[in-house]
Write a protein that binds this ligand. Structure first.
Ligand SMILES: [Zn+2]
Length: 409
């Protein structure tokens, strides 16, 4: 039985400086964290539906009521999604560029011998916009060989390390974040490593080769004439594609590659579902941070929904936006619990758990020394007890019962 449990190394409560508001204080961003191992995709799906997120092998969840910039889990309902005019234009603009070359493909530039009339006709302005078809339209696999100016390929592969990925990441960090101090090990820890276990996607129709066969952590790679120009880090889970990070070559900044990647991820959800994995419905776009202007583009994907930080129910984003002007922290399910800017509640101790529950939650101390929480050595150490109770509070008792806990040395 213990074999099926997710092994969790709890890290407890921690505070850091905030990346969203750049507050000078080093403890304004507060989270609870853990290192899980042997984590099934279904378990990860369950914790992101409680507001957790992963960064490499580390998972954390903000203390929403006390952190300076609350981070709400945001998801797009792909079945209801229809791309905005701007989003459709971004797709066409990129396809024209791939097909015709420079100047955004604005003029019929055929100096490379490319003949646009040879392209397979997939969409026209008079036909309705098909997200999946339009996104594939300029790919090398969809066009007649050498009929486009550039060879454009999008592939998806299990997360792994390579020199070209590291080079793209280093350039991105330098150009976008002015961070010139990258190493392969940092890149590996942040964007390659993952605690997720691969498990088969239950397709009922034979999927095309370019769709992944398993749930798990993937890199989606964008190559132009053989050069890696962008990469998404994706977790493919039972109900969603969860977008973890996106890096790109800033030489292509004008093409809104971030928007194109989100559209492509929405299309991936659609295609996986269309091949029989019926539960696949959503694109999770990470956190929506009202305090951060950079995050607002996520709201342009409509209809998107935010996770309520108290009831873990989903609420349509659009009508909520005015509330973020008034409150620092908002509960959509319990609006009276919302808090204004400086209204900072004290940190309450985590709730106690019943003896019954404590007899169904497992800990292990050394190899094979399994004990229910109530008999655990950790229970005798107040700081470990506090960390365990806090982690159980953030996971919820039901998920805690599917976990086994151990403190890292
Ligand atoms: Zn902040």
């Amino acid at each position: 039985m213990t074999e099926q449990l997710v092994a969790i190394h709890p890290e407890g409560y921690s505070s850091n400086s905030c990346v969203y508001c750049q507050k000078s204080s080093s403890d304004s961003s507060v989270t609870v964290g853990m290192y899980p191992s042997r984590m099934s995709c279904l378990f990860y799906q369950a914790i992101i539906d409680r507001g957790w997120v992963r960064s490499g092998e580390y998972c954390y969840k903000p203390d929403m009521r006390r952190t300076c910039c609350p981070q709400y889990t945001i998801r797009l309902d792909v079945g209801e999604f229809s791309p905005s005019r701007g989003q459709r234009k971004a797709v066409h603009r990129w396809n024209r560029y791939v097909s015709l070359g420079k100047k955004n493909g604005g003029s019929a530039e055929t100096s490379n011998g490319a003949n646009p009339s040879k392209r397979k006709k997939t969409t026209t302005s008079s036909s309705p916009f098909s997200l999946v078809k339009s996104l594939h339209a300029a790919e090398a696999s969809s066009v007649i060989e050498n009929s486009t100016t550039y060879r454009f390929e999008v592939t998806i592969e299990p997360s792994s390390m390579s020199d070209e990925k590291f080079e793209l990441y280093s350039k991105y960090q330098a150009d976008v974040h002015r961070d010139f101090d990258q190493t392969k090990s940092k890149f590996q820890a942040f964007l390659v490593n993952s605690p997720l276990e691969y498990s088969p996607i239950p397709y009922t129709k034979e999927p095309p080769d370019y769709l992944p066969s398993n749930y798990g952590t993937y890199h989606q790679l964008y190559h132009l004439d053989g050069k890696l120009i962008a990469m998404s880090i994706l977790d493919i889970l039972p109900f969603c594609v969860a977008s973890t990070y996106f890096i790109y070559d800033t030489a292509y900044e004008r093409f809104s590659l971030g928007t194109l990647s989100a559209l492509r991820e929405a299309a991936l959800v659609k295609e996986i579902q269309e091949h029989g994995a019926m539960e696949m419905k959503y694109l999770y776009m990470g956190y929506y941070v009202p305090a951060s202007r950079k995050m607002r583009y996520k709201g342009d994907f409509s209809p998107s929904y935010l996770l309520d930080p108290e009831q873990y129910s989903w609420h349509l984003l659009k009508p909520l936006v005015p509330m973020f002007d008034k409150y620092r922290y908002v509960s959509f399910a319990n609006p009276v619990h919302s808090l204004e800017g400086h209204d900072m509640p004290v940190l309450e101790p985590p709730p106690e758990i019943s003896d019954d529950d404590a007899s169904e939650i497992w800990t292990w101390y050394e190899y094979d020394d399994w004990k229910p929480l109530k008999d655990s050595v950790y229970w005798e150490e107040p700081s470990q007890e506090l960390t365990l109770l806090r982690t159980i509070e953030y996971l919820g008792v039901d998920l805690a019962k599917k976990s086994s806990f151990m403190f890292s040395e």
